[in-house]
Design a protein around this ligand. Sequence first.
Ligand SMILES: Nc1ncnc2c1ncn2[C@@H]1O[C@H](COP(=O)(O)OP(=O)(O)OP(=O)(O)O)[C@@H](O)[C@H]1O
Ligand SMILES: Nc1ccn([C@@H]2O[C@H](COP(=O)(O)O)[C@@H](O)[C@H]2O)c(=O)n1
Length: 233
Amino acid sequence: METAPRTVPAIIVAIDGPSGTGKSSTSKAVATALGLRYLDTGAQYRAITWWMVENGIDTADAEAVADAAAKPEIVSGTDPLAPTITVDGIDVSGPIRTQEVTSKVSAVSAVPRVRTLITELQRSIAAGAEGGILVEGRDIGTTVLPDADLKVFLTASPEARAARRSGELKGKEATDLAATREALLRRDAADSGRKTSPLAKADDAVEVDTSDLTLQQVIECVVTLVEEKRALR
Ligand SMILES: Nc1ncnc2c1ncn2[C@@H]1O[C@H](COP(=O)(O)OP(=O)(O)OP(=O)(O)O)[C@@H](O)[C@H]1O
Ligand SMILES: Nc1ccn([C@@H]2O[C@H](COP(=O)(O)O)[C@@H](O)[C@H]2O)c(=O)n1
């Protein structure tokens, strides 16, 4: 008797956590290893922030941001080996990483209308990912995909995160460790303190403290968690 080939059911994985805890690096590697699509939701909030700046909208004016929020068309490519992000057809993968965008993104992402629109976009991308998807951000497990099969919440000490970020910036911008640490903590405080869908750990998320783990160890840990979930389905 012929047996049908065993298909792996699509799995939805949510990875959340504060800035610099390793969400993007871990998520891309895990999605690549397991054949999942990958969505960087921070890039989407950065993209809408970039558009506001480009179009002269005061990002501190929540009403102006809300009024303009539906205008840009944001498109995310979900190949974990080459994720892409465009706004109205323009590749913004570089410009969304500037200091200016980083310093303004928390204000823009706190505007409820922005969150509603971006959350809808994220849910439609996840629903269309036939082979499963890994979505990383701040509110994926709590709000965007509360029924995700696996939720992981990455943490790391502010010192470890600042050291990692300073390592990235070396040679490009000033690498003052204390200033980097303060900037990270300021962004976390704004993201955790907003009213709508703040940065938070879902009750059913597995917390992984990455402070003393190498990136490879974190990747292996998350791969194991996904494989355990898959085995149960
Ligand atoms: N466990 C780890 N050990 C050492 N370095 C790490 C580890 N995890 C990530 N890194 C490094 O830390 C930096 C930040 O990682 P990454 O961008 O993945 O974090 P993030 O949580 O996605 O940050 P953000 O939310 O600000 O986008 C990168 O340079 C990455 O290579
Ligand atoms: N689910 C999310 C993801 C991100 N944000 C906001 O975007 C900022 C940038 O995120 P990075 O991961 O690229 O650093 C982040 O500071 C948040 O303000 C969000 O609100 N929800």
